[in-house]
Ligand binder design. Sequence first.
Ligand SMILES: [Cu+2]
Length: 123
Amino acid sequence: MNKTVSIIISLGLFIALGIIFMDGPESTQGAKIKNGVQYINILASGGYSPELITAKSGIPTKLIIRTNGAYDCSASLVIRSIGFQKILPQTGETEIDLGIPKSGEPLQGVCGMGMYSFQINFD
Ligand SMILES: [Cu+2]
């Protein structure tokens, strides 16, 4: 094989892998910091996942609740400490601004019936 061709192929592979790895964490659940804003991702479907998240305190934080064909009561979400109560769309993303969370003040979300819950602990 010609040296230039093999360099081009290696470069292409390298870039493709880079894109895969860069794209990877976007879809995972949990807390992630991007441009100084912390995003906490939770999936609501037959309960909440993950149910327990550890996030950072003292930085602007947004909670993203994702639903994907949710027909159960996990789509009816209540977060008492911030006065949030809403029926989430069956499919979609709901962004909830959590402001700047304080350390040692966990946030708890429950479904409308109090059956399912999740908790976010702030370090
Ligand atoms: Cu419920």
